[in-house]
Design a protein around this ligand. Structure first.
Ligand code: SF4
Ligand code: SF4
Length: 368
């Protein structure tokens, strides 16, 4: 270990002071954000996007947009449908300068159409830039022609510009299928400094094949460093992902102007040695608490379930501090969580040290 924790904290403090009192002007800040082309969409995006999922004040999002962010991620189901309305207010008058990405679940055509129409109305826009299929887990879902036909029709009707998928599990398989199939323009993928090398390699190959790559969960779902709860290594985590080949834009959630300032600073410069040390300490601190979305538990589980649904629901409580989100997410995958909680004995070894069955029992009690 080259640096000790106190050195690490000094570095973090310095970053925080910098971000709170940036020497650059507010107008100039936007120039600091590198821009990239989002794969075959051809759209230019700043590397720092906006994960709007938990934001209820449009003025906070607008503040980020004024500082150079031009990509917003939302979904019809966030905040019980209110989140898209918040985003709609945030982009009012500047809609043409912003790339809006929202989501739809795979369903019957009529249901998918109702969802997209609701999104258009909530956002107050004529067209959605990126329509993403929610939470795909397999190649079979990626290649479904009936779903692609529905999206194509809505594209022809002018309701959306580009199509994409989001994934939290079996991500490598989903990314490879998107490349091979060639229909979708982009993938929203859960990736952070604890993700397996294979995922980063697949991201790089997908980007080389023209797939736009949007990174989420870049900061481990908001888990705090136990020893320094106010001084989290989130900047280093974000910087790590943004500097990985193939990643075009990251969409961390930002609930305050302070968080926006921190992330702008993080996204504006390269990763350095202090960041590497900071992440190594954070990595140790997260063992047993935070999922890395590696999916290896799904392959090991005799029921093909694994601990991802449990870990994700727990992340919404402990990391995001959002009980409503945890409840709605957990109840959507209740059967998987119940199966884990009542399983006759877990034989899965989580490589992040999470006790899946104990976690499942806690999460099950919380949501039921
Ligand atoms: S619960 Fe563990 S094994 Fe399963 S995806 Fe998360 S980190 Fe990987
Ligand atoms: S508790 Fe049972 S269902 Fe859950 S991951 Fe372990 S073996 Fe699979």
């Amino acid at each position: 270990m080259l640096l000790k924790r106190r050195d690490l904290l000094k570095g973090t403090c310095a970053s925080l002071v910098y971000s709170l009192f940036p020497h650059r002007t507010r107008a100039g800040q936007s120039d600091l954000l590198p821009k990239r082309i989002l794969g075959r969409t051809g759209v230019e995006v700043a590397v720092l996007g906006y994960g709007a999922m938990q934001v209820s004040d449009p003025a906070i999002i607008r503040h980020g947009l004024e500082l150079g962010i031009n990509y917003i991620d939302t979904a019809d189901c966030y905040m019980g449908g209110r989140n898209e309305k918040v985003v709609g207010k945030a982009v009012a008058g500047i809609r043409d300068r912003v790339v809006i990405a929202t989501k739809v679940h795979i369903a019957k055509e009529s249901r998918m159409r109702r969802s997209v129409d609701r999104s258009l109305a909530s956002l107050g826009v004529q067209r959605i830039d990126l329509m993403q299929l929610h939470n795909l887990r397999s190649r079979e879902q990626v290649v479904r022609k009936d779903v692609q036909d529905v999206l194509t029709k809505m594209k022809q009707e002018g309701k959306l510009r580009f199509t994409a998928v989001t994934t939290h599990s079996n991500q490598t398989e989903v990314l490879e299928a998107v490349v091979e199939d060639g229909f979708y323009d982009a993938v929203l993928v859960a990736v952070n400094f604890r993700s397996p090398k294979k995922l980063f390699d697949t991201i790089e190959k997908a980007a080389a094949a023209g797939v736009g790559i949007i990174a989420m969960k870049t900061q481990n779902g908001g888990f705090k460093d136990k020893d320094a709860p106010e001084l989290t290594p989130h900047q280093a985590s974000l910087r790590y992902v943004i500097n990985k080949p193939g990643v075009h834009v990251a969409v961390p959630g930002m609930l305050s102007k302070k968080m926006i300032a921190e992330n702008l600073e993080a996204a504006s410069r390269k990763i350095d040695l202090a960041d590497v040390v900071r992440l190594e300490n954070f990595r140790k601190d997260l063992v047993g608490r935070a999922c890395s979305f590696c999916s290896s538990c799904i392959d090991q589980c005799r029921y093909g379930v694994g601990g991802l649904d449990v870990a994700r629901t727990r992340m919404y409580v402990e990391g995001y501090d959002d009980r409503d989100l945890a409840l709605s997410n957990g109840r959507a995958v209740l059967s998987n969580i119940r199966l884990c909680a009542t399983c006759e004995g877990c034989t899965v070894r989580c490589n992040q040290g999470i006790d899946i069955q104990v976690s499942a029992q806690q999460v099950y009690r919380f949501i039921s």
